[in-house]
Design a binder for this molecule. Sequence first.
Ligand code: CAA
Length: 261
Amino acid sequence: MTFQNILLEQPEPGIYLLTLNRPQALNALNALTLAELAQAIARVMADESARVLLVTGSGEKAFVAGADISEMQNLTANEARAFSEKGMRVMHALEALRVPVIALVNGYALGGGCELALACDWILAADNAVFGQPEVNLGIPPGFGGTQRLARQVGRAMALELIITARQVKADEALRIGLANHVYPAAELRDQGLEMARTIAAKGPVAVSLAKQAVHCGQHLDLASACELETNVFARTFSTEDQKEGMRAFLEKRAGKFKGR
Ligand code: CAA
């Protein structure tokens, strides 16, 4: 499957690298890119050997500079609704992916770009990263989940400030407010991402997947129900070969060899 606006590679077994690849428009998300993203996510989902997905932007300037403004300019309200729903579906699909998804933010992550990074499980930022929700400058609010995921990530007051003033934050502040997990020199970002992906790929895949699911689903539940969910996924792993192997390996003082079942 070849794409026009994205690249989907497998640099190492189990590790997928998805690159938004429209550098002439700073990787802005147009309808075609969103459709290709949905296809790429489906492809990763269908691969049982997939362990991690890294998401980044091509070029040195931008991760993604937002939804495509030239394509949005003349949308009717109904068309804007359909465009937003299309973007939302992609963000939900990333979040729901069985494997962890890590954003490698290499430059601008604005509007839909910030929303795409937020839909990933966590963010590794280059030291030239700039995050923001500048939509109000265009006379619109965020439309791919920014009002919700940014508030959940950095808290309501900070999210409101960033969305309503359109103030952009650089990598060091993104780290401080909990938007990015780590900041690396731009030239090291990809290698750092791959290193983290290798670490994840060596863990028990069922445990990783269920842990991701428990954190995401639990956020929408009261504490007692969320803890019950954790008990359920914890118990479920005890019917896997990987749990037997992981514990046997610990007791035999060696690294576990996991099969994902
Ligand atoms: N949509 C379409 N094209 C875009 C774009 C976008 N979001 N962002 C950048 N581009 C294009 C520019 O139009 C320009 O194209 P041309 O060379 O054909 O003129 C090219 O990318 C390079 O951009 P600049 O010349 O502007 O580069 P710069 O270095 O001077 O500025 C920038 C970089 C600060 C990121 C600036 O491009 C910018 O502000 N971009 C728009 C950011 C934005 O408002 N994003 C939110 C979009 S709305 C949204 O995302 C809604 C939603 O939530 C769903």
